[in-house]
Write a new protein. Sequence first.
Length: 132
Amino acid sequence: MTRKTRLKARVSSFAKRLSAAGDISRLSVLYTLAFQPMDVRELIDITGIPGSLMSHHLKQLYETGWVDKKKYGKRIEYRIVSKACSVFEELFKDTPMGRDLWKKEIMVKKSEPKKKEKIVWIRVTGEKDIIS
C-alpha cells in the first residue's frame, strides 16, 4: 500500500463524518442535542427546521455516527454520541500535533502491593483517560 493510499484511507471516513456535520442545520441539531436527548418534534420546535428536512438531517447524522436513537413506543429520541465529539482527537492522535495536545502523567496504583504504574493521558480540557 502506497503512502498516498494509506493517507486517503486514513482521512476518508473522517471527511465523510465532517461533511455530514458541516451543514449549518445539522450543526444546529448537534448543538441542540449536546444539551439533552430530544425527539423530532422537540428538535423541530427549537431549531425551526421543517419536519421533512429534520428527518433527512437526522438520518445523515445517524448514518455518520454523530447521533444515536432509541425508540420509546412511537416516539424516537435522538442523542449525540459522546465519542463523536472527539473526531479530531481520533484523526490527529498519531501525529506530532496530536501528541502535543496530551500530557503524560504517571500514576501509582496504590491498591496493588507491587505498585503497578499506569499512564494517564490528560487532555488540555482536563479530562483523564486511563490506558492499561
